[in-house]
Design a protein around this ligand. Structure first.
Ligand code: FAD
Length: 469
C-alpha cells in the first residue's frame, strides 16, 4: 500500500469510527506495532475501540478498505504475536476494560478483554474469591491477551493455566459476525469445544470482546518457602522431593544460582557466590493445612540436600521473594547486551537432564545459558545471553537454540510451554506439529476467518510451508 493509499485508509477509519478511537500519529503507530519481542515495524493505524460495535465496524472496514488486523492487549508477548507491520491496523483492546460481573455464587467473572489480569485478581480477593492463573506479567498483561496466548504462570502446578478457567468467549470473527460460545455453566459437553479452541489462538480466529472466567473460593492462607542448593540441579530434585512427600504446592519455581545473582544485582542486594540453584515453594489452603504442608515441604527439601530451607518470616519477606522472581526478566535484560529466551517444556522426570543437556550445548558453542522456570509443571525459561557485537555470536546462539529444541522434542516435550508461536517460532512449530494436524489447523483458520484478515501469518505455519514439508 503506497503512502497516499495509507492516508486514505486512515481518513476512512477516522470517518467511520471517530477521532477518539483512531490513532494515526507515527509515534503511537510505532509503539503499538511492537510487542515484547522487540520486533519494531510500522503499522497503518491503531484503533482503540470503546465497544464491540466498533470492533465489528473495524472488521467490516478491513474487508472494504483492504487491510489486515492485529489484536493487541498490552503487547507483552515475547513471540511477535502482537507485532504489526505495514498494511496492518492494530486493534488495541485496552479501552474495553470493564469487569462486568464477579459472582460469588456462580463462581464466575465476566470481563471485557482489556481488563488487566492483576485487576481481576485484586477484585476477586476483595470479594473473598480467587482467580488462580498468574502469569509473571499479571500486573501489566490483559485477560484478552492471556486467553489468546493460553497463558501459564506461577500457580499452574496446582491450579492449572488460563485455559482451565475460560468458560465462555464472545468474539468478532473474520467476517464481522459474532460468535458467542460457552457461558456460566461450569461444565458443558454439547458439541465441539470451541471455547478451548479459541484459547491460545493468538488473535487469528477472532477478536475477543467478552470473556467468562471461572473463579474459586479464596484460600484462607498461603506460606512461601525458599530453599537453596549447592548443585545446579538441586532445585529440581527439591521440587521432586516436595511432590513425592504428598504436598501439592501452588508454586514451585526454580532458578539457577546465576539467575539469583543477576536478580540480586538488579535489586541492589548481596549475591551468594556458592549458590547452585534456588527453589521457591508456595503452599496454600486453610491455615492448618497450609502450615502442615509447609512443614512437610521443609522436611522434604532438607532431606533433598537444601543448604538453607526456611519459611518467609512475614508478608514483607514473602513479597520480597516473589518480587525477585518477577524481576528475572528485566534483570536479565539489564545484565546482558542481548538475550534470546525460550519457554521449553518437558515431562517432569526429564527436567534436570534437559537443563544439563542445553547448558552443555551452550558450552560447546561458547554461549552462556541460564535457566529458571516453573519446576512444578516442567516449563523452563532458558535464556541464551550474547553480545551481538561479537562476530558469529548470533549464529552460535541460533545453533544452541536449535539444539535445545532437539533436546526437548526428543524428551517428548514442547518448544513452547506458555508463550506460544507468534512469528518467532513459526519455523520451529513445524518440528512439533505434524503435517496432518497442520492441515486441520489451516482448515479451522479458514472457517473462522475465510479471507485471512485476523493476525495473518501468526501462530500456525502457512500453507506454502506445509506443501514444502
Ligand atoms: C516480564 C514478563 C513476564 C511474563 N510472564 C509470563 C508467564 O509467567 N506466563 C505466560 O504465559 N506468559 C508470560 N509472559 C508473556 C505475556 O505476558 C503473555 O503472553 C500474555 O498473555 C500476553 O498478554 P497481553 O495482554 O500483553 O497480550 P499481547 O501481547 O498484546 O497479545 C498477545 C496475543 O494475544 C492476542 N490478543 C490480545 N488481545 C486479544 C483479544 N482481545 N482478542 C483476540 N486476541 C487477542 C494478540 O493478537 C497476540 O496474538 C510474560 C511477559 C513478560 C514481558
Amino acid at each position: 500500500m503506497d503512502a497516499a493509499a495509507a492516508d486514505r485508509v486512515r481518513a476512512a477509519l477516522v470517518e467511520r469510527l471517530g477521532r477518539e478511537s483512531v490513532v494515526v500519529s507515527p509515534e503511537d503507530r510505532r509503539l503499538a506495532s511492537a510487542d515484547a519481542s522487540r520486533m519494531f515495524t510500522d503499522c497503518l493505524a491503531v484503533v482503540r475501540p470503546k465497544d464491540e460495535g466498533e470492533v465489528v465496524a473495524l472488521v467490516k472496514a478491513a474487508h472494504e478498505l483492504g487491510f489486515t488486523i492485529v489484536p493487541r492487549g498490552a503487547g507483552t508477548s515475547p513471540t511477535g504475536s502482537a507485532a504489526a507491520g505495514a498494511g496492518q491496523v492494530v486493534v488495541d483492546l485496552s479501552r474495553m476494560d470493564r469487569i462486568l460481573a464477579v459472582d460469588a455464587r456462580d463462581l464466575v467473572a465476566e470481563v471485557e478483554p482489556g481488563v488487566l489480569c492483576g485487576a481481576l485478581q485484586a477484585r476477586c480477593e476483595e470479594a473473598g474469591l480467587f482467580y488462580p492463573p498468574d502469569p509473571a506479567s499479571s500486573r501489566v498483561s490483559t485477560l484478552g491477551g492471556n486467553v489468546a496466548t493460553g497463558a501459564g504462570g506461577l500457580r499452574a502446578v496446582k491450579y492449572g493455566v488460563t485455559r482451565d478457567y475460560v468458560l465462555g468467549v464472545r468474539a468478532v470473527l473474520g467476517d464481522g459476525s459474532i460468535l458467542d460460545v460457552g457461558g456460566r455453566a461450569l461444565k458443558s459437553v454439547v458439541g465441539y469445544d470451541l471455547v478451548r479452541l479459541m484459547v491460545g489462538s493468538e488473535g487469528t480466529l477472532g477478536i475477543f470482546t467478552k470473556l467468562t472466567l471461572k473463579l474459586l473460593p479464596k484460600p484462607e492462607s498461603a506460606e512461601t518457602l525458599v530453599a537453596d542448593f549447592a548443585a545446579v540441579d538441586g532445585a529440581y530434585r527439591g521440587a521432586d522431593a516436595v511432590l513425592a512427600a504428598g504436598v501439592l504446592p501452588r508454586a514451585l519455581e526454580a532458578m539457577d544460582g546465576e539467575v539469583a545473582a543477576i536478580v540480586a544485582d538488579y535489586l541492589g542486594e548481596a549475591a551468594d557466590p556458592t549458590l547452585g540453584s534456588r527453589l521457591l515453594v508456595e503452599v496454600d489452603g486453610d491455615r492448618e493445612a497450609a502450615a502442615r504442608d509447609a512443614d512437610r515441604a521443609l522436611a522434604a527439601l532438607k532431606a533433598a540436600g537444601a543448604t538453607n530451607a526456611r519459611r518467609a518470616a512475614d508478608p514483607a519477606e514473602r513479597e520480597k521473594l516473589w518480587r525477585g522472581r518477577r524481576s528475572i526478566s528485566p534483570a536479565v535484560y539489564r545484565a546482558s547486551p542481548a538475550k534470546k529466551s525460550e519457554d521449553l517444556g518437558v515431562p517432569r522426570s526429564k527436567l534436570g537432564e534437559a537443563v544439563a543437556a542445553i547448558k552443555a550445548a551452550g558450552r560447546a558453542e561458547g554461549v552462556r545459558v541460564i535457566a529458571y522456570g516453573h519446576a512444578g509443571d516442567a516449563n523452563l525459561h532458558v535464556n541464551f545471553l550474547y553480545d551481538p557485537a561479537q562476530s558469529g555470536a548470533k549464529e552460535r546462539v541460533a545453533r544452541t537454540i536449535d539444539r535445545a529444541m532437539d533436546v526437548v522434542l526428543a524428551a517428548g516435550g514442547t518448544i513452547s510451554g506458555e508463550h506460544g508461536v507468534g512469528l518467532k517460532k513459526l519455523a520451529a512449530a513445524r518440528r512439533e506439529i505434524s503435517p496432518a494436524a497442520l492441515a486441520i489447523m489451516r482448515g479451522v483458520k479458514n472457517l473462522f476467518d475465510p479471507r485471512g484478515v485476523l493476525n495473518p501469518g501468526k501462530a500456525v505455519p502457512a500453507e506454502e510451508d506445509l506443501c514444502a514439508s
